[in-house]
Design a protein around this ligand. Structure first.
Ligand SMILES: NC(=O)c1ccc[n+]([C@@H]2O[C@H](COP(=O)([O-])OP(=O)(O)OC[C@H]3O[C@@H](n4cnc5c(N)ncnc54)[C@H](O)[C@@H]3O)[C@@H](O)[C@H]2O)c1
Length: 328
């Protein structure tokens, strides 16, 4: 679908992350925000006013019906990404959707197929791929400097006593598992992208410890990767000892990333986040891909492996067995 500049974009969901996207888009002249839809009318109105646009809606279907759009940006709760993506694709509209792509692999497949059939771009907001320290770490891993990759660990541990401000995160109907799909989708994607691999055997355990969550609030996923490495991602909302880091070990060397600190070969380096941060870089990538008519980084097709891994983890937690993600 050929698009000329500026890309006319409509937002679906005008909450927290939509506002971060709007701030990032201020630096991207190739995108013009022309409309916004949110079930909370005040949010939609304030959002479009701030964006310098006029058209706001409480029903995204009406927005697709009435406004001429080149692209949508889906920023709704987790389980509400598939429907607008498919509806927009069927109208020839390109799609950027926040992570997770969806909370069921079958829905991811429907999104990929709809966008492929319509010849429109589907990009998923796997923003960690766009952080400068991660880009540098991946460059080192791909260069072979660490040797053959054998082991990867990604931790995100924190303490969150109460469900965050938006009640949907504690509601499995809307979150599809907030910890697994909210935090887990970032970590799963980082591991697979960093190692350029996919998951095979997956074993996951989840626990519900804090009664304010109507869902598991601690999850650990152990996996084997197609390249032979072992990997672990671990997430916790009840951990007094915080951690938010990545370790990659190979036959010759290892690296460790924590924020903007990268340690490789025993040497500590500071790798600053690029100007505008990951949010800006990923939306700029979406704009270039739409204008150039090419597949973007973190396309729906590419991140399917991430959601196969999460589907396997979900099944594993439910059934207490090892699940082969490569068969899903
Ligand atoms: N990349 C990141 O680091 C990051 C950070 C935060 C959130 N996110 C993702 O962004 C998405 C939204 O999260 P958030 O924190 O902005 O949540 P939020 O609650 O702040 O915003 C979601 C908005 O969607 C609206 N909404 C709900 N149902 C709707 C519908 N049917 N039609 C239109 N609007 C509807 C809500 O009223 C709300 O304003 C989630 O998928 C989340 O995982 C990503």
């Amino acid at each position: 679908m050929v698009v000329s500049e500026p890309i006319k974009m409509g937002f679906i969901g005008c909450g927290n992350i939509a506002n971060s996207h709007m701030n990032a888009i201020e630096r991207i002249p190739e995108i013009e925000i022309v409309a916004g839809a949110d079930i909370k009318v005040e949010r939609a109105r304030e959002f479009v006013e701030k964006a310098g646009a006029e058209a706001y809606f409480t029903d995204w279907r009406q927005m697709l019906e009435e406004i001429e759009l080149d692209a949508i940006d889906v920023c709704t709760p987790h389980t509400l990404h598939m429907e607008p993506t498919v509806a927009a694709a069927q109208r020839g509209i390109h799609v950027f959707t926040e992570k997770p792509m969806a909370t069921e692999l079958e829905e991811c497949d429907r999104m990929i197929a709809a966008c492929q059939d319509a010849g429109v771009i589907l990009m998923v907001g796997q923003v960690l791929r766009f952080y400068a320290p991660h880009i540098e770490a991946r460059r080192i891993v791909s260069s072979g400097q660490l040797g053959q990759i054998k082991n990867v660990v990604r931790r995100r541990w924190g303490y969150m006593k109460d469900v965050p401000s938006e009640p949907w995160s504690g509601d499995p109907e809307l979150s599809g598992g907030w910890l697994l799909y909210g935090m887990g989708s970032h970590a799963a994607d980082l591991i697979l992208w960093m190692t350029d691999s996919e998951a095979t055997n997956v074993f996951a355990m989840g626990r519900q410890i804090n009664p304010s969550w109507d869902d598991v609030d601690e999850v650990t996923i152990q996996m084997e990767l197609a390249n032979g490495a072992m990997a672990l991602q671990t997430h916790c909302l009840n951990c007094y000892a915080h951690a938010w880091d990545l370790a990659v070990n190979g036959t010759d060397d290892g690296l460790y990333v924590n924020g903007e600190t990268l340690i490789v070969g025993g040497e500590e380096q500071h790798v600053p986040m690029q100007e505008g941060g990951g949010m800006y870089t990923q939306l700029a990538e979406f704009a270039s891909a739409v204008l150039e008519g090419r597949e973007p980084e973190a396309s729906g097709k590419d991140v399917r492996r991430t959601y196969a891994l999460l589907e396997a983890a979900k099944l594993s937690m439910k059934e207490g067995r090892i699940v082969d993600a490569s068969q899903l």
